[in-house]
Write a new protein. Structure first.
Length: 383
């Protein structure tokens, strides 16, 4: 099983556990009969991320999945501790979402539940070609006593990074959903915020990429207001943070775009895209997520660092392999900085990446390559 509490994971080789005490909000225990992620087989679809709770009322649960390929998703809820359904029962009796897109949010509403009830949720997907995934489980999901459960901020809106003309904001909420942000000198209306920059899909607790506010004025303070909408359409309270854009006179190498995946990682290689505001040399390396080290000197001098020459304001591709800390079947904490003549070093930017096993690479590479032309959702993931 995997028990997930606010982005942290615990693993076990046990195949199926019931009766686990849920986290305090009652909706953060995730289980999978085989492992944290199903082990993909060639031609077999799988639920890439999820299932996670996207909302709850007194008689329904909203479940979100991201699928490895286009197809239909099925989920059902049974009273906690009872037998799980078979795949055929799930297809015939479960709630269904038709025509889900590859790696896009696929939300399913399971209705007809009892108020304050505890339920074990089972999900699977079926591809357009008829392939059926392994089943995944959410244990001890709880409906509300009345109305809808409001998503709460598990991390208030926070400044991730700034440039002369942009501000990146991150936030975390208790349900899967969408993050919206705008800037305003006074508190805006909910409608105004929802008309702002939207980042979706966001999975539960830390799985939302940053919202970037653009076309800003250098060396200027902005009051930024954010709102979270869960998959059931229920809104959080409005959060806010103050941030200032960089000065034009800054002598520091600046990030135009922080590190992001250029494509899905393989078991032996991670490719990043970065962009800097001046001709510079970037330095990146990977460590275990439990050994995070922001030492800039180490980033520049370590033999494990990958040095890449980058042109100003152009996408720069950085490739990390085993010599740079990449290892099959692990989670890695990737950090990057940059230097340029007569300039101060760039601030350290970081991201967390799950490296698939080498045996899985051939199975998952084709669908992931497909989505690099659309949108790839990172996890600071947290799955």
């Amino acid at each position: 099983y995997q028990r997930r509490v606010h982005g942290h994971q615990e693993y076990s080789s046990l195949s199926h556990i019931i009766g686990i005490d849920p986290a305090t909000n009652g909706d953060t225990t995730l289980c999978n009969k085989d492992s944290f992620k199903p082990k993909p087989k060639a031609g077999v679809p799988f639920i890439y991320r999820g299932p996670v709770i996207g909302g709850a009322s007194d008689s329904s649960l909203v479940i979100r999945n991201l699928l490895s390929t286009g197809g239909d998703a099925y989920c059902t809820a049974r009273v906690a501790g009872t037998n799980s359904p078979s795949a055929s029962e799930l297809e015939s009796q479960g709630a269904k979402a038709v025509g889900c897109m590859t790696y896009a949010a696929c939300d399913i509403t399971i209705s007809g539940l009892q108020p304050s009830g505890n339920y074990d949720v089972t999900c699977l997907m079926k591809s357009g070609s008829g392939g059926v995934s392994d089943m995944l489980y959410l244990l001890n999901m709880t409906t509300t006593k009345s109305g809808y459960r409001t998503p709460t901020w598990t991390k208030d809106p926070t400044v991730k990074q700034t440039s002369q003309t942009t501000i990146d904001i991150i936030g975390r909420a208790s349900h899967a959903g969408s993050l919206y942000c705008i800037y305003s000198n006074t508190k805006p209306s909910i409608e105004s915020i929802k008309g702002g920059v939207k980042k979706a899909p966001c999975m539960m607790d830390g799985d939302c990429d940053s919202v970037q506010l653009t076309s800003l004025t250098s060396n200027t303070k902005y009051m930024i207001w954010c709102l979270y909408e869960d998959a059931a359409g229920i809104l959080s309270t409005i959060g806010n943070v103050t941030a200032q854009t960089d000065s034009v006179q800054s002598n520091k190498v600046g990030w135009v775009k922080s590190p992001s995946l250029a494509e899905a990682p393989t078991g032996s290689e991670v490719n990043l895209n970065i962009m800097l505001d001046t001709n510079s040399t970037s330095y990146c390396y990977a460590e275990t997520a439990s050994d995070q080290d922001y030492n800039v000197t180490k980033l520049i001098t370590s033999p494990a660092s990958k040095a890449t020459n980058c042109s100003a304001n152009s996408t720069c591709r950085v490739t990390l392999r085993s010599a740079n800390g990449i290892a099959s079947g692990t989670r890695r904490y990737i950090m990057c900085t940059a230097t340029a003549p007569k300039k101060e070093q760039a601030t350290v930017q970081s991201m967390t990446v799950d490296i698939p096993k080498l045996s899985e690479t051939m199975s998952i590479r084709t669908p992931i390559m497909f989505i690099t032309t659309t949108t790839l959702i990172l996890s600071y993931l947290f799955i």
